[in-house]
Design a protein. Structure first.
Length: 156
């Protein structure tokens, strides 16, 4: 199939396909007698796999190393891919921890009993300042403050 058909089927642009070709993701590309690129069905299947891997956050270089480095034994390529997947899992797990902290902080903010003209109770702001001064992100450490009112804020 020609590059236009491959682009249509894969949902990628012709420019992206040419970039992937230069990056070595498509393997050897043949040309017909008119000089047009001719792609095999396997190239389409490779592209679908690469797009899926990108959606998971894997890098193109890692996919190229796993799929197309033929001078490396398959067992070593599999091990490289496993290491890459393990690294990505670690990143995602760390992101989940950060998201859970953000959710907890937003829930703490939502739980503040806002009263009167007090937009941000002093006790809550005190926690944010303390977390910041300890060198951490205030969002990571904020906890629900006891019921604070504008009167409590004036005492500080």
């Amino acid at each position: 199939m020609r590059i236009g058909e491959l682009a249509r089927r894969s949902g990628l642009t012709v420019e992206t396909l040419r970039f992937y070709e230069r990056a070595g993701l498509l393997g050897a590309v043949t040309r017909d007698s008119s000089g047009y690129r001719v792609y095999e069905e396997q190239t389409y299947r490779t592209l679908i796999t690469v797009r899926w891997a990108q959606e998971l956050g894997l890098r193109l270089e890692d996919m190229a190393a796993a799929l197309l480095v033929h001078d490396v034994p398959p067992e070593e390529r599999v091990e490289r891919l496993k290491r890459t997947v393990d690294e990505r899992l670690a990143v995602l797990r760390a992101e989940i921890v950060g998201l859970e902290r953000s959710i907890a902080s937003l829930q703490a903010l939502r739980a503040i009993p806002f009263r009167g003209d007090c937009i941000m109770p002093a006790a809550f702001v005190d926690q944010l300042v303390l977390a910041h001064e300890r060198g951490g992100s205030a969002a990571k450490r904020a906890k629900p403050a006891p019921a604070a009112t504008g009167a409590n804020r004036a005492k500080k």
